[in-house]
Design a protein around this ligand. Structure first.
Ligand code: AMP
Ligand code: MG
Length: 351
């Protein structure tokens, strides 16, 4: 299949590209497009055949449900059975934005999207290209991240091209995604709201609006064999570059020392070692026999979030044999960063 790639620099000047994309969606075809979190691979959410194409193109397991993206708050009404008042408060405060709500579904939502669950995940993206594409298509758009299943999520159009060129007809290149990690997924279908996947909208931000909520403990630990899983996505290894990732955690005063020891340990087995460090720690490394990439600043975790996936891919490009990543504090946005690192990682080393 030929893949057409179009660059949108100015949404008004380039609006013809949005119209072209919407035509593919209306015909039941797939379109990759930028959102503020990561690039999405979209299809008409009300067309079961189109939705199945997403799973084929990504190689995504069919029991992993998709998020439905809407263009206006009121578009949620036809997709859900009921909207709790606390969900309304969050929608008013954080939509459009990187917060996905899981609610009891309406019968119009195809089972292909929800993987047979009685709930549906919905979000309203704030990226102008995403928003315009949904509105112009006139239908809700189901969209997972536009990567091959298991690979780091795409934050640039070139990542989408790497993974899906030849497998989908149309890619809209809208530059770099600002958040860089996927949306927060909050399950509001039961009495106590619970975060199933942490993201840019933090627990604290949600609690400011609706009071106390929970965080699924599997956000930072893999599920045990046979355990009930509320978010099917939790059970898959994710975001993984080709090289194994090892996470080193602990006191940053000793970080460089620990990393050096871990690197030395691996140096007999691996040639090309890449260390993912932070601005605060990068200067602690000297002329060791490994490459140092800086993820961002610990003082401003959103910088780490927005660079993480692109750096994991860059490690592949540089033919890393092993990646040693510094852990960050698991508070606020750090929780989302550690969740993604752990899903990418082979080992979590030192606490
Ligand atoms: P992705 O599309 O790759 O961003 O992943 C979507 C995430 O939302 C996955 O972790 C899914 O398991 C989760 N998700 C989607 N729909 C539901 C649902 N109805 N209930 C629980 N989790 C969901
Ligand atoms: Mg994904």
């Amino acid at each position: 299949m030929e893949t057409i790639i179009r660059v949108v620099e100015d949404i008004e000047k380039d609006y013809e590209i949005i119209r072209e994309g919407a035509e593919y969606i209306k015909k039941g075809q797939l379109v990759a497009f930028p959102t503020e979190t990561v690039y999405g691979l979209g299809a008409n959410a009300l067309d079961a055949g189109a939705v199945r194409r997403i799973f084929e193109a990504k190689g995504r397991p069919s029991d992993n449900p998709l998020i439905v993206h809407i263009g206006e708050i009121d578009d949620i009404n036809e997709l859900v059975a009921h909207i709790p008042s606390s969900a309304r408060l969050l929608m008013d405060k954080y939509w459009p934005g990187p917060l996905t709500l899981v609610l009891k579904k309406a019968s119009s939502v195809p089972a292909e999207i929800t993987a047979g669950l009685d709930t549906v995940a919905i979000r309203m993206p704030s990226h102008p290209v995403a928003n315009a594409l949904i509105r112009e298509s006139g239908v809700p758009i189901a969209a997972p991240s536009a990567n091959k299943s298991g690979r780091p999520s795409p934050t640039l159009a070139k990542h989408v091209i790497e993974d899906l060129s030849g497998r989908i007809p149309f890619i809209i290149d809208g530059g770099e995604c600002s958040v860089g990690l996927e949306s927060t997924v909050l399950d509001m279908s039961r009495d106590m709201p619970i975060i199933l996947r942490p993201g840019g909208i933090t627990k604290e931000m949600i609690e400011d609006t609706i009071g106390s909520i929970e965080v699924d403990r599997r956000v930072l630990t893999p599920p045990m064999e046979g355990e009930e899983i509320r978010s099917p996505g939790m059970k898959y290894t994710h975001y993984a570059p080709n090289a194994p990732v090892v996470i080193v955690e602990g006191n940053i005063d000793y970080m460089a020392d620990k990393i050096r020891k871990v690197a030395k340990y691996y140096s007999s087995k691996y040639k090309k070692i890449i260390v993912l460090s932070t601005e605060e720690t990068a200067l602690m490394y000297g002329d060791e026999d490994f490459t140092v990439f800086i993820m961002g600043s610990r003082a401003e975790p959103s910088t780490i979030a927005s660079n993480l996936f692109a750096l994991l891919r860059e490690c592949d490009e540089r033919n890393a044999d092993i990646i040693i990543a510094e852990g960050v504090e698991e508070t606020h946005e750090g929780l989302a960063i550690m969740n993604r690192m752990l899903r990418a990682a082979a080992f979590r080393v030192i606490k």
